[in-house]
Ligand binder design. Structure first.
Ligand SMILES: [Zn+2]
Length: 127
């Protein structure tokens, strides 16, 4: 485990996350993730610390409303959020991690469009 840091584009939102140096992330093809190119790194909530920018977060919900899509009100970047599949955890956008601590990134496609069916066989992201 290493401590990765990251945040949004304008820098108002900053966070720390405990995760392996070799990351396995999920590339979801659902309606919102495919538009934004979001890469999911799912961690238990206790391994995630929001360092700054909590007051800059806006929330977008759709469909079931369970997933809280949090984005920076200033720059619009979604650097982390609470996924529907793991409401007790955090999905960090691997694209928003700082350089330097990530040794490798293994990207696995996830069929979020068929999430209700696929969740029986896969542990994966999305909301
Ligand atoms: Zn921002």
């Amino acid at each position: 485990m290493v401590t990765h840091t990251g945040g949004c584009h304008c820098g108002r939102i900053r966070f720390r996350v405990e995760a392996p140096a070799r990351l396995e992330v999920a590339d979801c093809n659902c309606s919102i993730c495919s538009m934004s190119g979001y890469l999911h790194l799912i961690v238990p909530a206790e391994r995630f610390t929001l360092v700054s920018g909590g007051d800059c977060l806006s929330t977008y919900t759709f469909n079931t409303g369970v997933a809280k899509h949090l984005f920076c009100a200033t720059c619009g970047v979604k650097s982390f959020y609470v996924p529907r599949s793991h409401p007790e955890g955090i999905s960090v956008n691997a694209r928003c991690l700082d350089q330097g601590t990530v040794e490798s990134l293994t990207v696995t496609p996830f069929d979020g469009r068929e999430w209700e069916r696929s969740r029986e066989s896969l542990s994966a992201p999305h909301g």
